[in-house]
Design a protein around this ligand. Sequence first.
Ligand SMILES: O=C(O)c1cc(C(=O)O)c2c(n1)C(=O)C(=O)c1cc(C(=O)O)[nH]c1-2
Length: 257
Amino acid sequence: MSTAEEFSATGSATEAPLMDAEALERRLREIGAARYHNLHPFHDLLHGGKLNRGQVQAWALNRYYYQSSIPIKDAVVLSRFRDRETRVEWRHRIEDHDGDRGSEGGIERWLKLTTGLGLDPDYVRSTEGILPATRFAVDAYVNFVRDHSPLEAIASSLTELFAPTIHEQRIAGMLEHYDFINPDVMVYFRRRLEQAPRDANFALNYVKAHATTPQMREDVCKALIFKTNVLWVQLDALYHAYVSGFPPPGAFVPAEH
Ligand SMILES: O=C(O)c1cc(C(=O)O)c2c(n1)C(=O)C(=O)c1cc(C(=O)O)[nH]c1-2
């Protein structure tokens, strides 16, 4: 059933708002259960210890582009709100990733991982070796929050509802299976275990309160589907390049195959 059909079947603008909000949450959780990137075969390989160090390097290098674009995306989200309360709530997301003078943020924590994996931080920061599909997908996310409604911009962050489970799997799986991974380089994910639930709960409560019509609820669901696709295609591209073995011209080539 499409999201449009589901909402015309289960809700109307005249129904009690609480019911509509609960139906929306159920639908969002169904979308995550069916489409989140924890289901992607690349993650099975990564968390199950089936990749070599070069393939893990390729994943971390590409993922840096996502990490470093998140605060840019969040600055765009913030710019969509005239309402001070929402901006005040949202701005810590930028600080979480950028840190501050004298305090480290998520981007630096990510560089601990890439450096621990043996990648030169200047090379990682340059983003020169990333896959074209990584760049296109991540840029599409930034453009989405600029070009869609502020409600959809917030809704597109809702994949974070499902992130803590995958972060736990990743910490445990990678520490268990790879001798080149140690707890120090996994600090990024440990920190996200506290940050992601707080952010996801705000976004969920926001869309439940502000998506007050069937069309708005439909738009919220579509924004989440869009975002699951942003995540999924990045792993498709990594799989094609580094598992199937077809890196596109100009992309990072691991020393270890
Ligand atoms: O490792 C992951 O699987 C994963 C997924 C996601 C996500 O679901 O978008 C984020 C993160 N990590 C993450 O670390 C992060 O900071 C983050 C921010 C956002 C967002 O959309 O604003 N998603 C995610």
